[in-house]
Design a binder for this molecule. Sequence first.
Ligand code: ATP
Ligand code: MG
Length: 392
Amino acid sequence: MNVIARYHEIALKGRNRPFFVEKLADNLRQALSDLPGVTVQPFSSRIGVHVPDETPWETVHERVGRVFGVANFSRAREVPADLEALKRAAATELRGASFASFRVTTRRADKTFPFNSGQIDREIGAAVQAATGVRVDLEEPELTLWVEVLRDRILYSFERLPGPGGFPVGSSGRVLALLSGGIDSPVAAWRMMKRGCRVVLAHFHAFPLQDRSTIDKTRELARILTRWQLRTRLLQIPFGPVQQAVVAACPAPLRVVLYRRFMMRIAEALARRRRARALVTGESLGQVASQTLDNMVVIGEATRATVLRPLVGMDKEEITAQARRIGTFEVSTRPDQDCCQLFVPRHPATAASREEVERAETALDVPALVAAALEGVAEERFEFPPLASSPP
Ligand code: ATP
Ligand code: MG
């Protein structure tokens, strides 16, 4: 069986195109790497995937449907580069099928083929009409026969399935996303993957002051997100000591904002070490007390890194719907002990000012706390398809 994967050419600037196509082909290869006998070959603005016929279509469908950069794709059949062969195949395939109207849409990659695309449309259309008695409707056909003429063969298909769109992971640079066990941050990370970023995930946990629930959840989330980005690094950062220091020395209403500022500083240092160009958070304006515009500004001021907030203008319902489609919602909504629930004051500040936050931080040895957290970072790697040796 063949699969034709299409990308949106207009989105590509001339010189970047070979790089983009190569990344997309590499990612398709990786997504299908555990299936024997698969080959992936770019051809004239498309990527062709050849899969042995015994491979289950559902598996191929699911895998290709998660590779960013694929705008749409088709399951295609193949005949020799000969119009008569195509006529016979199309007529045989459609005889007995029930559809009220159809059209043929041809794309000719091989311009030396003796017929142009309009002629092929008409020839094949006439053959299908003769075999089935179904009328042609160029405007709103119930069925479209898509034909792709290549140098050595012709591919044809009857459907175009939507791909995830976006750009291939790895084509837009690396970022570091702050991943909690919640609903929002996995969606934020996913949206950056979709824009072509390689996303390193970083989670702050308060183990052993709290249980391991968010550590386990973020591992599970990393595994799900890896189905989309194929290779992932997850960093686990011990955050309990920072929280204890804040609680001991700073005003209670500022705790959450101070925790967040520490997360930003530590994340910035990690991003620099991993050559990630920007930080990503799941913040959405106004969603909770720590995400008022005032607090977002004061939190952002703790770092000089660029902070990307892909969800900033989204409603919770939109984010939740997306989390369901991505596949993270179920894990995200499991109960946990998030580090930010630790020592949370009854009345958190909704409009912390830079002055009061900076004054509070003079009571802390900020560089030492950051350095200690960096010392304790543990890294785990994920890959899709999962490696046989990878942890359960
Ligand atoms: P989420 O659903 O992503 O947890 P949220 O609505 O709970 O978000 P906050 O708790 O205010 O919002 O967190 C805002 C952002 O800060 C998160 O989206 C995430 O990027 C980051 N963040 C919060 N807690 C952690 C954590 N423990 N580890 C890593 N990042 C975190
Ligand atoms: Mg949260």
